[in-house]
Design a protein around this ligand. Structure first.
Ligand code: ATP
Ligand code: MG
Length: 328
């Protein structure tokens, strides 16, 4: 069983990324052949600074390694080091429906928030993402709920390719975490916690110090009620219940029972304490890993070699099936 997922190196990663994606990555190493990449080519689809991007790639890499990605037990690399992704993106664009891309909610959200340029790259982002996964003929894609639509699109692309050119690609399944597939912003609980679109106070960063985590969680927006139960009219409390369930390996119903009769103050403090304990091991290991950029580059280089060995075979098969380039 092959697992593939990518994560953007935009800014610092947050608790939503950790619960929705990173914790699944770590666990995936025990379940199958796991392949993970830092998608720097996706990050260039919105406004960015080249020098800052390189730094963010290292930040994200050190975060993932601190979280428990082990380059001996998974393939871990930087997307732009494996050129097959971009070639496959173009080839797959021939079997991607324009109409489908116009329906992608991520494009609608992100294009609305761009001040200067809505790039064509932002529009074809899901085709590059399809290429990322299909290049490895992955069976499973661990992501948060916001990426479900993109995984459905890549399934369509793989199936359309196979129907048109013969059985070549694998249509992957989405894998969402049991709890916490969509962690919401603590200040705006109707929006997902997000690297680029969130509020600073409503976003708990993986590397936030304990005081900051406590402040953000204690000042999170809740309703005027007093019961710790989930409900459509209680998005803030529902979100905190999901967070506590996810970080304490429990279920939302168990959390509701546990806090029956207790007030919001005590509950928020318990959420803060649990989140701090959950993220502590990552913070402890991060600085040392981040300090050695040479070592991070070595990890990337070794990972890219392994990744390329797989992706090159798929791209060659795709070229053959499509009848482009020299005959092999
Ligand atoms: P951006 O807002 O710029 O898209 P992001 O916060 O969504 O950034 P990504 O790198 O795009 O970060 O996403 C990495 C992974 O984290 C993806 O699998 C995504 O589904 C997951 N993820 C992102 N936000 C959340 C969230 N709020 N809850 C759960 N999972 C999330
Ligand atoms: Mg995202």
């Amino acid at each position: 069983m092959r697992i593939f997922s990518g994560i953007q190196p935009t800014g610092r990663k947050h608790l939503g990324n950790y619960i929705g994606a990173i914790s699944q990555y770590v666990e995936g190493q025990d379940r199958g052949d796991a392949i993970y990449c830092i998608v720097d080519l996706h990050a260039i689809t919105v406004a960015y600074e080249p020098a800052a991007l390189r730094q963010s790639v290292y930040d994200t890499a050190a975060t993932l390694l601190a979280a428990g990605l082990d380059p001996d037990r998974c393939i871990f690399f930087r997307q732009a080091d494996v050129r097959e992704h971009t070639e496959l993106c173009w080839l797959l664009s021939a079997v991607t429906a324009y109409g489908e891309l116009t329906r992608m909610t991520q494009f609608k959200d992100k294009s609305a928030s761009q001040r200067e340029l809505v790039s064509a790259g932002l529009f074809i982002y899901p085709v590059l993402q399809a290429a990322d996964v299909l290049a490895y003929r992955a069976h499973e894609v661990p992501v948060g709920e916001d990426q479900r639509q993109h995984v459905e699109l890549m399934r369509d692309v793989a199936q359309r390719f196979n129907a048109r050119f013969g059985e070549t690609l694998v249509a992957p399944e989405v894998r969402l975490p049991a709890v916490g597939a969509r962690i919401m912003d603590l200040q705006f609980p109707d929006r997902k916690m997000s690297t680029t679109g969130g509020s600073p106070q409503g976003t708990v960063l993986v590397l936030d110090d304990p005081d900051t985590v406590t402040k953000k969680i204690r000042s999170s927006v809740t309703d005027s009620g007093s019961e710790v139960v989930r409900g459509p009219e209680k998005p803030g409390i529902t979100n905190l219940i999901e967070i506590l369930a996810a970080v304490s390996d429990s279920t939302p119903s168990e959390i509701e029972r546990q806090f029956d009769g207790q007030g919001y103050g005590a509950f928020k403090q318990a959420v803060a304490d649990a989140v701090i304990a959950y993220l502590a091991p990552v913070r402890e290991r991060y600085d040392e890993l981040r300090a050695d950029e040479g070592a991070l580059e070595q990890v990337f280089a070794a990972g890219a070699d392994k990744a390329r060995a797989i992706a090159a075979g798929t791209v060659a098969d795709v070229r053959d099936a499509m009848g482009v380039g020299a005959v092999r």
